[in-house]
Design a protein around this ligand. Sequence first.
Ligand code: SF4
Length: 79
Amino acid sequence: MDDTVRLKQTMLNVTQQLIAGCRFCVQISQDPDDKTPVHCVKYSGCAIPVLVNAATCLSCQEYKRSGKRPERPDAAAGS
Ligand code: SF4
C-alpha cells in the first residue's frame, strides 16, 4: 500500500470515527477514493440520503449534538 492510499484510508477511518455518533448518518462508504462517502438524511429531508463529503460534516457538526450511541462504547472509554 503506497502512502497516498494509506493516507486516504486513514482519513476515511477518522471520518467514520467522528461521524459514527450522528443520527442523520445512515452509511459511510468503505471506498477511500469516494469523495462523498457520507450518506446523510439531514439535508435530504426524507429517508433517501444525499451524499456529502467529510468537510460538510465538519462544518455541520451535527455529530456533536446527536444522541446516537457509538458503535464501540468501549473505545470511547479508552479500554
Ligand atoms: S452532514 Fe451533518 S447531519 Fe449529515 S452526517 Fe454529517 S454531521 Fe451528520
